[in-house]
Structure formats: C-alpha cells, structure tokens
Design a binder for this molecule. Structure first.
Ligand SMILES: [Zn+2]
Length: 223
C-alpha cells in the first residue's frame, strides 16, 4: 500500500526502534501525510538502565538498546520523527515495584520532559534552536491548533524561561505528581526551568506552583 493511496493523515505514536524509523520519511511536518512521535523515556533511557531502574522504566513499547536511542535522537534532528511526547503515566510506586511481568507499563515524565529534551542539547544531539520545532511548532502544525505553538502577536502566551547554565537535581520532595516519584530521581539535569507561563499567566516560578486552575480547552482550525 502506498502511503498516499487514500490521501488521509496518519500519526504513529511511540516509535522506539531504529527499524521503525526507516518506515518514515524525513521532511517538514506540513508536507507529510504520515507523521511520527517519540516519547521522552525512549530518548533518555536505554536497556543499560534496567539494571538500576528495573520495572520502574517498564513501558509499552519497551525501552530498547543504546543504538536505538541514538537513532531516535538522530531521527528527531533530521525530521523523520516530528516531535516529542511525554506518555506521562503516573502509576503508583508500589505497583511499579512489582516483578517486571506484573508491573504496569508507563512512568510519570511530564514535569521533567523539557529538561530531558534540553539534555539532548547539552549532549550535542540537538541545537537549542531546534527545540521549539520538536516541542511546539510541529505539534501545532500537525493538529492545526489555533493560536498556539508559536511566539506571535495574537497567540496565547504559553512560554517557559530556562537557564541553560544552571543544574536541576530531581528530588522526591520537588515532585508535583500525586504518585510522588519519578524515574529521574537523583538525576541532575544540566538546565533549570525558572518560570512557566500558560495562557499568559505565570503558573510556576522558582520551584513553586502559583496556580494550576487556568487551563483552557485547545481549539483547532481544521475544517
Ligand atoms: Zn502511551
């Protein structure tokens, strides 16, 4: 079947291997019918991390080899994979600590997703100027999200202030999830989020949540 046979769009979630990447074409998101996404854990962890983290990093599809991880990073850079998702799945720690076969799949990741993406900049796999494309621009374009995803007059101000020269250690007491744990605990990221602005309002500043009730329904421009 040719990808253009039905002239319809398809988005494929959770790419985790080098072999899958070969099914997609590199290029700008607006020129594609078939797009793809990769989740934060597959970009940061590899099978080498199972010995320390075990079933805490069990997810579906599973975390693969280091060469898969490197291929996923390259595919983001060359626009074969269009953007990053979190797959935030806040299972409680008591369940995650079950044996590998009975532990639920998935892990919490939304709080540290941008820091994780910026880690790829520090490791030389992405330019800082490419980060907005894989976290905002391509998503807004792919789903025709109205007035979001770009810093533009008339658009909603969804912004983040980041210090690329400071570090951030993930500690249990700084985790905002109800599940109370993160696979990145005791990981030190090489950047720090100073402030987060959503719909033009400051909701996070210097380690504190200021407001968490200002979310708005996304609107779309597609007909
Ligand atoms: Zn998922």
């Amino acid at each position: 079947m040719k990808s253009t046979e039905f002239n319809t769009k398809l988005h494929v979630l959770h790419i985790s291997t080098k072999d899958e990447i070969e099914l997609f074409k590199a290029g700008p998101v607006e020129e594609k019918l078939i797009t793809a996404e990769v989740c934060v854990p597959h970009l940061l962890f590899s099978s080498e991390d199972y010995k320390n983290l075990g079933s805490l990093i069990k997810c579906n599809p599973s975390i693969k080899s280091n060469s898969d991880k490197q291929a996923l990073r390259r595919a983001l850079k060359d626009q074969t994979i269009d953007y990053v998702a979190t797959d935030h799945a806040p299972h409680v720690l008591s369940e995650k600590k079950n044996t590998y076969s009975t532990s639920p799949s998935g892990m919490p990741s939304v709080q540290h997703s941008l820091l994780a993406v910026l880690e790829m900049v520090h490791e030389g796999d992405l330019e800082l100027t490419e980060v907005p494309r894989i976290t905002s621009h391509s998503v807004a374009k792919r789903f025709d999200i109205k007035e979001r995803g770009f810093i533009r007059e008339g658009f909603w101000a969804d912004l983040v202030l980041v210090d690329m020269n400071d570090t951030y250690e993930v500690k249990k007491e700084k985790i905002f999830y109800k599940c109370g744990w993160s696979p990145f605990e005791s990981y030190t990221f090489n950047s720090r989020i100073i402030e987060t602005i959503v719909n033009g309002e400051r909701i996070y500043s210097q380690g504190k949540i200021l407001s968490d009730t200002i979310g708005k329904k996304l609107e779309f421009t597609r007909g």
